[in-house]
Design a protein around this ligand. Structure first.
Ligand SMILES: CC(C)(COP(=O)(O)OP(=O)(O)OC[C@H]1O[C@@H](n2cnc3c(N)ncnc32)[C@H](O)[C@@H]1OP(=O)(O)O)[C@@H](O)C(=O)NCCC(=O)NCCS
Length: 164
């Protein structure tokens, strides 16, 4: 399956909502997306194949953290590495590459979502009790990925060499 990953624009909202609606029982509305995208720190990426959107990720860039607000892949396009490619894109543009975090809240009963994020190096670091206003009593896991870049740290050979 051939697709490209690019930044989301307002023109994409119609198809993004289609994916959102088939992925979440408590789907966000067009207004939710638009008002989020009007904020300076809120961005989106989409996976597109011949003008058809196959997936999207809405996220906010905080000082030391990229926080995922919504993330889904079109039902019939799942298990084609589209989710992974979108996460890879976030990892490569995470703030302060080499430090920083990527985070997302995943409902406790969304086992597939948890398995996906675990497969991408995320760990559940906290349980958020009664997290969802629209679903009282439902908990979420805060899942986090620590951005680390393998850098060759120069060794100070003068300090590590014993003189004398
Ligand atoms: C979670 C989701 C985004 C995954 O997207 P995807 O494009 O299908 O994921 P990928 O093909 O990149 O999968 C990468 C790896 O994640 C894991 N994974 C993905 N979907 C999985 C599932 N349903 N069950 C178990 N593991 C899964 C696997 O390890 C997979 O590797 P593999 O296919 O080689 O086994 C997609 O299933 C989805 O949109 N779900 C509904 C919305 C949602 O749950 N959003 C995230 C949490 S709020």
């Amino acid at each position: 399956m051939k697709y490209e990953i690019r930044f989301m624009s307002r023109r994409d909202i119609k198809q993004v909502l289609e994916i959102e609606n088939e992925s979440y029982p408590d789907a966000a509305t067009e207004n939710d997306f638009l008002s989020c995208m009007e904020q300076g720190d809120c961005h989106g990426i989409v996976a597109e194949s011949k003008r058809d959107l196959l997936g999207y990720c809405l996220f906010e860039k905080l000082k030391q953290e990229t926080h995922i607000i919504s993330f889904a892949v079109r039902y019939e396009a799942r298990r084609n590495t589209i989710g992974r490619q979108m996460i890879d894109r976030l990892k490569s543009t995470a703030p302060h590459v080499g430090r920083g975090r990527i985070s997302i809240e995943v409902p406790e009963d969304n086992l597939q979502g948890q398995q996906f994020f675990r497969s991408q190096g995320f760990a559940a670091i906290k349980i958020l009790r009664d997290y969802y206003d629209i679903d009282p009593g439902a908990d979420a896991y805060l899942m986090q990925y620590e951005v680390r870049v393998a850098t060759a740290t120069p060794v100070n050979r003068i300090k590590t060499t014993t003189r004398g």
